[in-house]
Design a protein around this ligand. Structure first.
Ligand code: ARG
Length: 352
């Protein structure tokens, strides 16, 4: 006969249990913009990663335009409502944080700072020091709650060694293509994608070898990280480069990664790998201050059959539907403007 404790554990829903990008989504974090600010980082970092035409805007204490942030906040609320209506448990961070006063960025992009792997949620040791307190400030309360809700949940907070501010290489070249050195662990969670026990990642201007080793050291038993060969001199976040739509089907950015490079990883060896078929166009406004126009690849898959796509993006909707997906439309252009799309703005906590 099971003990009372076992019986209780088996009826409690897990708060963290996800290790891929497509199994049925049960619980998710949806970010909030707050008073979002252009993140102030070292000029060499901004130059390496941000769109040339917007580099001059990345100064300390510079809020994003108010109307854009207000609309982004409303779009994030709509996304949360859509997910709730689909029966997904939705978690939101603190509202109304003044990121300008904090010298930070925003709470709208939790994917950069948190990655779930089975029952473990790992806080990223951001390379950008202006983001170092982002998770603690906006998400700290939520993370404590997740740990209380599920005694099997494991949360790995970033360790003191990862706060050292000595990462920037003023110059970089072919020998060292990245603007950060390896003096302390650094990674953004969005440089990794989960495919079950294999996690595919990329080195980038925010992810170094020490960061990859740090991630490896905190993985649950049986999980491994493999690094994908990506051709992206401005690399920061892999989630506009590859998009698994369901088990066995992945869409990729054909200028940033090749089919051979993908196929080299055993986990994808027998997958259908489909290049994104056209060059996405940025809308006239609002501007994409922080990214390329390849955000159609930054979608959120609900269950391998349904995917959330920007409401006005007809060509992408048509393409994903040709691949057998049902597209759920959500307006998201203003979130896009301040840094990313549906994948960036969410963290899946429970799938399967
Ligand atoms: N660096 C990518 C691009 O410019 C965008 C990635 C956005 N992802 C994110 N998690 N914030 O295409």
């Amino acid at each position: 006969m099971p003990s009372a404790r076992t019986a209780l554990a088996s009826t409690t829903a897990p708060s963290i249990q996800a290790d891929d990008e497509w199994s049925p989504l049960k619980a998710v974090i949806v970010g909030r913009a707050g008073r979002a600010s252009f993140p102030a980082a070292h000029p060499a970092m901004i130059k390496a990663t941000m769109p040339t035409e917007h580099i001059h805007r990345f100064l300390p204490n510079t809020p994003f335009p108010r109307d854009i942030v207000d609309r982004a906040e409303a779009e994030l609320d709509s996304l949360a409502a859509i997910l709730k209506a689909e029966g997904v448990r939705v978690y939101r961070p603190l509202a109304g944080i003044d990121w300008v006063a904090e010298g930070g960025y925003t709470g709208a992009m939790p994917r950069d700072g948190l990655i779930s792997i089975r029952n473990t949620l790992i806080e990223a040791p951001f390379a950008w020091s202006c983001r170092s307190k982002e998770i603690k400030i906006a998400y700290g309360q939520m993370l404590r709650q997740l740990a209380i809700e599920d005694e099997n949940a494991r949360i790995v907070y970033r360790s003191a060694e990862t706060f050292a501010d000595n990462l920037i290489n003023e110059s970089w070249d072919e020998k060292n293509p990245w603007v950060i050195n390896n003096s302390r662990p650094a990674f953004d969670a969005a440089d990794f994608m989960r495919f079950g026990s294999t996690i595919l990642g990329q080195y980038s201007h925010v992810t170094n070898q020490a960061g990859v080793d740090y991630l490896r050291s905190h993985l649950p038993a049986g999980y491994r990280v493999e690094m994908l060969d990506v051709n992206d001199p401005h690399a920061m976040h892999i989630d506009a480069t590859i998009l698994p739509l369901r088990k066995g089907l992945l869409v990729y950015h054909p200028y940033k990664v090749t089919e051979e490079a993908l196929r080299a990883h055993e986990v994808l060896a027998d997958w259908n790998l489909v290049p994104f078929p056209f060059i996405p166009q940025a809308p006239d406004r609002p501007p994409l201050y922080m990214t390329s126009a390849w955000l159609p690849l930054n979608a959120l898959v609900l269950d391998g059959e349904r995917v959330i796509v920007e409401a006005s993006d007809k060509r992408t909707i048509e393409f994903y539907e040709e691949l057998g997906m049902k597209c759920i439309k959500c307006p998201f252009k203003h979130v896009n403007s301040i840094g990313g799309s549906f994948h960036c703005a969410t963290v899946d906590l429970v799938r399967g």
